[in-house]
Design a protein around this ligand. Structure first.
Ligand SMILES: [Zn+2]
Length: 135
């Protein structure tokens, strides 16, 4: 994705395209992927930017608030950023630490209990933990 396209994407979500936001956007919004904040910071710095960690975190939070990114929590200490906003599920490989998309129709979930009183379904996104085969 060109920088020009990232500018358009930020503007269409009401985000002012500063240089630093574009640096972050080019890394995480340019292609379907799942990346941790540390991976994103490393890739931005590889490109020669001296952006601070705090700025990257603030920018990622802003992108999430504005619907450009969502987060996937795979365990209490590990969070990934995902530019694919539409609902979908994931495989999480415990050995490689990688997430793989599962399309929405890839999981059939049957709930055999009533919802809590006064609630309605608001969506389900599943993370299935897998590991490399042992044999
Ligand atoms: Zn995903």
């Amino acid at each position: 994705m060109t920088r020009e396209k990232v500018v358009q994407q930020l503007e269409s979500h009401g985000v002012l395209p500063t240089v630093q936001r574009l640096d972050v956007g080019e890394v995480i919004l340019s292609s379907p992927q799942h990346a941790s904040a540390d991976q994103i910071i490393a890739r931005i710095r590889e490109k020669g930017s001296k952006i601070s960690k705090a700025t990257v975190y603030n920018t990622l939070n802003l992108f999430c608030e504005r619907g450009l990114l969502k987060t996937i929590q795979v365990d209490p200490t590990r969070q990934f950023y995902d530019p694919t906003i539409k609902p979908h599920h994931h495989f999480y490989n415990l050995d490689s630490g990688e997430l793989t998309d599962i399309p929405p129709h890839g999981i059939d979930l049957k709930v055999n209990t009533d919802l809590p009183q006064g609630t309605e379904p608001a969506g389900v996104e599943v993370v299935i933990h897998v590991r490399d085969s042992r044999d």
